[in-house]
Design a binder for this molecule. Structure first.
Ligand code: AAL
Length: 390
């Protein structure tokens, strides 16, 4: 009898818990935009803690799941790329945005194929690379589904000395403008690890994404003057079309100067070959490593990774210039090149992104240092809702 009474009490209390949590769920799902039943949708006119005030002022919703600029990220290995068993003699990294042309997806990237893995600046020579992105060229691949890629060959080889990029051409991104294609990239004039990383941006253009690519042979975005935030380098050029102009976001690196921090700036031009005018409010993002941006509603959203106070955030600027943190997330794609269908449509109603290509570095060991490309999926789209990514 005692046993059955105890069992009854336990069952009752279990039932009670189930009912309570169901009620709580109903209450939450009754509320709009993820505001729990105890939290008014409008910011209450009463004293609030700093944390609660900020929760209203800085974020689109109290829970990241209800924030359209919040996502988690899923990664999938790509099929078909040969990495020589991961021995460090082949590397693919820093992918461009993905574009869809001629019924297939295209991506461009830095590819290094050298007799040895990187050996550091002191041991580097004409054939031995100093770092993973030394002695590299820009290659491209196409795909029908975004998972299986076919490497098509070199798009922009490094030119003969002394042309811009003779030592290495890397970290490219694509622009489509008035029916032509433009690849912007870092042009190294010396090995990375010496002063080669102090490089500016060069460009090549073509009538088709399959090339042939003609090098413009001139620097299109030059390093800043001494004492400016971007005096050492213009890295990671990332073009989109906005307000009928070409907007190129870029990162500047400190090249070891402890007085500087990696940040991101913006340069704007009417013509893809320039002149590019740097924005007077530069830098426009105070953190981040590689650039990744996309039109979102009337503004621009940015994935800000790795470096700076605001690393691992997703940010938004209604005017494309004054960025604010929209969400904080984790395991963000490194050097992401998303598929951005409206990157070049001059949109003021950007629809966001759901996937792209990114890289991971040090894929095997430090001695066999190389990077591999992989696919990321996310839910940063206004049209597609993927609850698994929230
Ligand atoms: C990358 C990019 C740039 C740097 C190096 C190669 O991830 O930020 O391209 O120069 O690392």
């Amino acid at each position: 009898v005692i046993l059955s009474v105890c069992a009854g009490v336990i069952m009752l209390s279990c039932q009670q818990e189930v009912t309570d949590s169901k009620m709580a769920q109903e209450q939450v799902s009754d509320t709009k935009d993820g505001f729990p039943f105890w939290l008014p949708k409008e910011k209450p006119n009463r004293p609030m803690s700093a944390a609660m005030a900020r929760n209203y002022d800085n974020y689109m919703a109290p829970r990241p799941e209800d924030n359209e600029l919040y996502s988690q990220f899923k990664y999938t290995e790509l099929k078909s790329f040969d990495y020589h068993g991961g021995d460090g003699t082949v590397s693919r990294r820093d992918p461009s945005k993905v574009i869809f042309e001629n019924g297939k997806y295209y991506v461009w990237y830095t590819k290094r194929e050298t007799p040895t893995p990187p050996q550091g600046a002191d041991k580097s020579n004409d054939t031995i690379p100093s770092t993973d992105w030394d002695l590299a060229d820009i290659w491209y691949a196409t795909s029908g589904d975004g998972f299986t890629w076919e490497e098509q060959g070199v798009a922009v080889p490094r030119p003969p000395k002394p042309a811009v990029g003779w030592r290495s051409v890397t970290t490219t991104d694509i622009l489509k403008w008035k029916g032509k294609y433009y690849l912007y990239y870092q042009g190294f004039m010396e090995a990375s690890g010496k002063r080669g990383d102090d490089c500016p941006v060069a460009v090549s253009y073509a009538d088709s994404p399959d090339g042939p690519w003609t090098p413009h042979n001139e620097i299109v975005i030059a390093n800043g003057a001494e004492g400016e935030w971007d005096q050492y380098s213009i890295h990671d050029p990332y073009p989109i079309v906005r307000e009928d102009k070409i907007w190129i976001y870029y990162k500047s690196d400190a090249d070891g100067d402890p007085r500087l921090v990696r940040m991101q700036g913006l340069a704007i031009a009417d013509d893809p070959l320039g002149p590019f005018e740097k924005h007077p409010l530069n830098p426009v993002i105070n953190s981040g490593h590689e650039t990744t941006l996309f039109p979102f509603k009337e503004g621009v959203a940015a994935l800000v990774i790795k470096d700076g106070n605001e690393h691992f955030t997703i940010q938004y600027a209604r005017d494309g210039v004054n960025f604010e943190i929209a969400s904080i997330t984790s395991l963000m794609p490194t050097a992401a090149g998303p598929y951005v269908p409206d990157a070049f449509t001059n949109t003021n109603d950007g629809r966001g992104i759901t996937w792209g290509i990114s890289h991971i570095t040090n894929a095997t060991t430090w001695e066999q240092n190389h990077a591999v490309l992989l696919r990321f999926d996310c839910d940063l789209s206004l049209d597609v809702d993927d609850p698994d990514m929230k």
